[in-house]
Design a protein around this ligand. Structure first.
Ligand SMILES: [Zn+2]
Length: 93
């Protein structure tokens, strides 16, 4: 049961981290957090759902855009990872 709980905490933490990154990048530009869908800032291609799975897609795509192969600036990854670690740390208390 403990293993199952840590997986749920992991998925929840990484999802919240990903969502907060959307807010961090869009709100200062006064863009909607809903529309347009996630897209590459360089080639402007809309990402497919499977390009948008937090952390796993980044690993699978090796940190590059699926269309133009531009390296993603991953300020998003440290933000997401730090939040994830905070969630796991809080869970272990
Ligand atoms: Zn691109």
């Amino acid at each position: 049961m403990e293993d199952c709980n840590i997986i749920v905490v992991f998925l929840f933490g990484i999802s919240i981290g990903s969502f907060l990154n959307v807010i961090i990048h869009r709100v200062p530009k006064e863009e909607s957090i809903v529309f347009p869908a996630s897209h590459c800032p360089k080639c402007n291609e809309s990402l497919k759902w499977y390009h948008n799975i937090p952390l796993f897609s980044w690993i699978f795509l090796r940190g590059k855009c699926a269309f133009c192969k531009e390296n993603k600036s991953f300020s998003a990854t440290p933000n997401g990872m730090s939040l994830l670690m905070e969630f796991c740390g809080l869970y272990s208390i």
